[in-house]
Structure formats: C-alpha cells, structure tokens
Design a protein around this ligand. Structure first.
Ligand SMILES: NC(=O)c1ccc[n+]([C@@H]2O[C@H](COP(=O)([O-])OP(=O)(O)OC[C@H]3O[C@@H](n4cnc5c(N)ncnc54)[C@H](OP(=O)(O)O)[C@@H]3O)[C@@H](O)[C@H]2O)c1
Length: 346
C-alpha cells in the first residue's frame, strides 16, 4: 500500500512512522523543492510535486487536499487528517468522492484534556493573575475582594462530549467529584463507560440547560458550519455570573466580540483560551500577533497560544498513533477508524 504525506513533518515524526509501519506500507515523504532552503515543519509541499507522486497512492495524509490532487490520485481510498480538526478540508469537494473515506486522529485527546484541566484550574484559582502581580512584589491578590473558586462538587458543562470532553469529565469527576452536564451531536451514540450526570443533544433546549446550570464550561466541539458562533452573546447571557469558560476546540466556536465583552464587563468570571481567531502567518516569526479584541488587557483570562498538544517530545508523535493504526487497518483491507461525517464536516 502506498501512502503520500502531503505536508512536511518534523524528522522525529517521520522516523516514528518508519519505525512503526510494516514494510508492506510504503510512506512517500516528498523531497523539498530546494534542499538549501530551511523550511519549517507543517508547511505545505509544492502542489506539482504532490500531483506527480500521487498517481498510484492509496492514502493521502494531509489536512488540505485540493481538487487537482484528488483528480490525480486515481487509486485513492482514504484521506487521513494527521490530527483532530478537519475544518481545512473542502467538504463540498469530498462529497464528489463518496468512495474515499476520511478520518481524523484522536490519539492526542489525553494531552489536550490535561491542558484543558490546567486552564480550568488555573482560571478558577486566578493563578496567572497572582503570579504576574507577585513578580512585581505585589501581594494584593492575597487581600483583594476577588476570590478563587471551588471546584469540588461544582458543575462542569461540556459542549462537545467527544474524545477530549469524555476524558476531562472522567478527570474532573474523579479529582473533584464535579457534576458533569454534557451535550453532543448524537447523544444516542454514547460509550457505555462515559462518565456524566446529564447528557443532551445539540438542540437549543439542551444547550441552554447546560449553559444555565454549569459553574465551569468546557468547549470541545469541532468547528463546523453548525458550531461557528455556537456560543454568542445570547448563550453567554445564560451563564452564571461566576462561570468560567475554557476553549480548547477552535476560536470561532465562541464569538470573539461576545466573549471579549462579557469578560471585560465581568458578565462571566473568567476564561482559559488555547484557541484563537488570528494566528501567526510565519511560524518562524510569531511575534506581534494580536486578536481583533484586546484579550491581553484583561486580567480574568488565561492565554495559551494553541499549544495544548505540545508535550515533551511525545506531542507530535501521539497524533501519529491513530494514523499508524489506520494505515495498518487499511493495508489489511479493513475499515479505518475515526471516520468523518462528510455531510456534517467533522
Ligand atoms: N487545542 C488543541 O491543541 C486541540 C487539539 C485537538 C483537538 N482540538 C479541537 O478539539 C475538537 C474536539 O476534539 P475531539 O478529539 O474531542 O473530537 P471528537 O471526538 O470528534 O469530539 C467532538 C464532539 O463534539 C460533538 N459535536 C459535534 N457537533 C456538535 C454540535 N453542533 N453541538 C454539540 N456538540 C457537537 C460531537 O458529537 P458526537 O460525538 O455525537 O458526534 C463530539 O462529541 C477538535 O475538533 C479540534 O477542533 C484542539
């Protein structure tokens, strides 16, 4: 079976694939256009090179697949997104290729869940706020009237009860005996071992129930046409004034202006955000990158530059585990796991 990588991966990930794939699977890593130019990982590869290499490949690994590449890859059976989050794919285009399956990788869900918990706990305990003051010799956060929050036995609403949401639920239930109120797109399809106290669907009534009754809210849904602005001004107005919201999904799932204004006016207590609205254009020069609203000026929000996946050495490799599993399944003629719903876009 032939597999073509459609984007650059760090050499550590390339070696990991090679070590873990059986010899029956040929992984094609396209050469650089110009070996002398230092190109950073994750940058795309010249389309013409991909087209040239794709005529007999069975699988493409990538997150943006063009129409010309799909036309050229005549043997294509499967597209593997190398991580979770498929919003860069053109789903209208993929609908024209109903025989080609498309999968995400969810094998980094545990490390993302850990980061979500870190943001939630740090926001609840106002850790960064106190840390920044104390660095200036200022102990006022010990005496001011803004208290930290209890986590124990409080309620945690989870918007998008998938791989990450379910792990966070288990962690917060066992560590803090939190009450878990969750919604997912298809609540009728739920793992028997998932931990929750309330489970609803994506309709308005269930979403409102979770927003009104949660002390903490974790947003962990994919970004799709349905979930863009899933949390806007109206939804924020339903939240408790003490609510803390954590977003590890994608920025636009929460409306940027509504979130900024709610935090600024202290309509909710705080937020922990790992995902954003504006990203650096050049990963080698990621400075002076700001959002459309100055979240950086607010003392009730924790900012994390989409780095939940960055875990000592293993970070990039963990996402590769599901990819490797799927390549092995496909090479044995079996169905790949974590298949996307092309109609819904996740
Ligand atoms: N910050 C990071 O570094 C990082 C890393 C990995 C992933 N992510 C983001 O996190 C997202 C979730 O990852 P995951 O691995 O947990 O994915 P997942 O297993 O696919 O979970 C997504 C969950 O959202 C639910 N959902 C979909 N549409 C919904 C809607 N309209 N209303 C309510 N719930 C809805 C799904 O419901 P069903 O289960 O019923 O289909 C599913 O439970 C990814 O899509 C990605 O954008 C971020």
């Amino acid at each position: 079976m032939k597999v073509l990588l459609c984007y650059r991966i760090p050499s550590i990930v390339q070696d990991y694939y090679k070590k873990n794939l059986p010899p029956t699977i040929e992984l094609i890593c396209p050469p650089r256009l110009d070996q002398k130019v230092q190109i950073s990982p994750y940058s795309s590869i010249d389309e013409n090179i991909l087209i040239e290499l794709s005529s007999d490949v069975d699988v493409l690994i990538g997150y943006k697949i063009s129409s010309s590449l799909l036309k050229a890859a005549k043997n294509l059976k499967h597209i593997q997104v190398p991580w979770t989050g498929s919003e860069s794919l053109d789903f209208d285009l993929l609908k024209k290729y109903p025989k080609v399956t498309v999968s995400n990788s969810h094998s980094n869900a545990l490390i993302i869940a850990e980061h979500a918990v870190a943001l939630l706990v740090a926001a609840a305990k106002r850790l960064i706020y106190s840390d920044q003051k104390m660095r200036k010799g200022d102990w006022s956060s010990r005496y001011d009237n803004i208290n930290s929050q209890w986590l124990s036995e409080k309620s945690l609403g989870i918007i998008g009860f998938g791989a990450i949401g379910k792990i966070v639920a288990r962690m917060m239930k066992s560590a803090f005996k939190m009450k878990i109120l969750a919604i997912k797109r298809f609540p009728e399809k739920i793992d028997p071992d998932a931990v929750y106290d309330y489970l609803g669907g994506h309709d308005l009534k269930d979403k409102e129930y979770v927003l009104k009754n949660s002390d903490f809210i974790l947003v962990a849904s994919p970004l799709t046409e349905e979930t863009k602005d899933l949390i806007g001004e109206k939804e924020i107005s339903l939240m408790k004034p003490n609510a803390i919201i954590v977003n590890i999904s994608r920025g636009p799932v929460i409306n940027e202006r509504a979130l900024y204004e709610a935090l600024k006016e202290r309509k909710i207590a705080g937020a922990g955000l790992d995902v954003w609205y504006n990203y650096p254009k050049d990963r080698k020069n990621p400075i002076d990158v700001f959002q459309n609203f100055p979240f950086r000026e607010l003392d009730n929000v924790i900012l994390s530059p989409h780095r939940a996946f960055r875990v000592h050495q293993r970070g990039d490799l963990v996402s590769a585990d599901d990819v490797i599993d799927n390549l092995i399944l496909l090479s044995k003629g079996k169905e790949p796991k974590n298949q996307l719903n092309i109609e819904l876009g996740y």
